[in-house]
Design a protein around this ligand. Structure first.
Ligand SMILES: [Zn+2]
Length: 57
């Protein structure tokens, strides 16, 4: 994706969701299981869009 440098470009990490899935392996009662949680996207800070690297003047 080349959109990262455009102002307000859709975040390519979370695809605009503002959250990313965060699968983890948890051992519950001795059985390893995959638990998928979501957490705020650290790239766009939950907004789903990234600011351009150059702010408008
Ligand atoms: Zn994001």
């Amino acid at each position: 994706m080349d959109d990262d440098f455009e102002l307000g470009a859709l975040c390519s990490s979370c695809e605009g969701e503002g959250r990313v899935s965060d699968p983890k392996v948890a051992v519950i009662a001795g059985v390893p299981q995959t638990v998928v949680t979501s957490r705020p996207c650290r790239w766009c800070e939950d907004s789903g869009r990234r600011r351009g690297l150059r702010p408008p003047v």
